[in-house]
Write a protein that binds this ligand. Structure first.
Ligand code: NAP
Length: 237
C-alpha cells in the first residue's frame, strides 16, 4: 500500500485520480480549502470503492502558505510518515486581463500555484519517497482572453519542474499541462465552445478526465519519468 497525497483531490481531476489510487489499494489523502468538505469527500470515496483502499480528508488551503505546516500534524494523525506520491492540483479559476486587472485575484492565484505548491513540497520534502506531480495548463503556451494570470502561473510550473527536480533528486518531479478537459464540470455550461475547440485539435477530440488520470499515473509510476513537462491536449494545429 502506498501513501498518496492529492492537494486539490476533493474535486475534478484530482478526485478521479484519488479513485484510481484507491482501486489500487492505496491510502489516499485528499485535501482542499475546507476540512469538513475534504472529510465528506473522503467518506464518499470510501463508500464508492468499498474495501479497496482508504481515503482521508484534510484541509490544505494553498491561499495561506504560512498556515500549511498544520497539514503535517494532520498527516501525523493519520500515520502518514512517508509520502509515495505528492500531487499538487489545487487551484481556483481566475479570469483576468491587463485592462481589467484584478490585483487581489492575481495575487491569490500566484500564491496558490507558485508559493503554495512550493511550500507543500518544502514541508513534505523529508517524507516524499517517490515523486511529485505538479499541475499546470496549456494556457502557458496558448493564452486565451482572460488568462493573463493563468498563463503566467502555468508557465511558472515549467520552471518549478526544473528547479524542484534538481533540488529534490533522486525524488522525481514532473508536471502535466492539460488543455481544456472536455468533461470537467466547469466547462459543461458551454458545450458549443467545447465542440468547437475539439475541432481545433489534431486528434479532433479534447482530452478527457480519464485521459488526464492515465497520464498522471504514467508520470508518477514510471521510475524513469523525471523532469517531464507534459503537454496533454490532443495536439494543436
Ligand atoms: N479542467 C481543465 O479543463 C483544466 C485545464 C488545464 C489545466 N487544469 C488544471 O488541472 C488542475 C485541476 O483542475 P480541475 O478542473 O480538476 O479543477 P476543479 O474541478 O476546479 O477542482 C479544483 C480542486 O482544487 C481544490 N482547491 C481550490 N482552491 C484550493 C486552494 N486554495 N487550496 C487547496 N485546494 C484548492 C478544490 O478543492 P475545494 O473546493 O475542496 O477547496 C478542488 O479539489 C488545476 O490545477 C487546473 O489548473 C485543468
Amino acid at each position: 500500500m502506498q501513501n498518496v497525497v492529492i492537494v486539490g483531490g476533493t474535486g475534478g481531476i484530482g478526485r478521479q485520480l484519488a479513485l484510481a489510487h484507491l482501486a489500487r489499494g492505496n491510502r489516499v489523502i485528499v485535501s482542499g480549502r475546507d476540512a469538513a468538505r475534504a472529510q465528506a469527500v473522503a467518506t464518499e470515496l470510501n463508500a464508492t470503492t468499498g474495501n479497496d483502499g482508504e481515503a482521508y480528508g484534510i484541509r490544505t488551503d494553498l491561499r495561506h502558505p504560512t498556515e500549511l505546516a498544520r497539514s503535517l500534524a494532520d498527516l501525523d494523525a493519520i500515520g502518514v510518515d512517508t509520502v509515495d506520491t505528492l500531487v499538487l492540483a489545487g487551484m481556483e479559476r481566475d479570469l483576468n486581463t491587463v485592462s481589467a486587472y484584478d490585483i487581489a485575484r492575481a495575487v491569490q492565484l500566484v500564491t496558490v500555484k507558485i508559493v503554495g505548491y512550493t511550500t507543500m513540497v518544502h514541508l513534505l520534502r523529508d517524507r516524499i519517497a517517490g515523486s511529485v506531480l505538479l499541475f499546470g495548463g496549456t494556457a502557458k503556451d496558448t493564452p486565451f482572453f482572460g488568462s493573463t494570470t493563468v498563463s503566467t502561473v502555468n508557465a511558472a510550473v515549467t520552471g518549478m519542474v526544473r528547479t524542484l527536480s534538481l533540488e529534490l533528486a533522486p525524488i522525481r518531479v514532473n508536471a502535466i499541462h492539460l488543455g481544456i478537459v472536455a468533461d470537467s464540470p466547469f466547462w459543461q455550461g458551454d458545450r458549443s465552445m467545447i465542440d468547437a475547440l475539439a475541432g481545433d485539435t489534431l486528434a479532433r477530440d479534447l482530452t478527457t478526465t480519464a485521459d488526464a488520470v492515465h497520464a498522471c499515473l504514467f508520470l508518477t509510476d514510471n521510475p524513469s519519468a523525471n523532469q517531464i513537462d507534459l503537454r496533454l491536449d490532443g495536439g494543436r494545429r
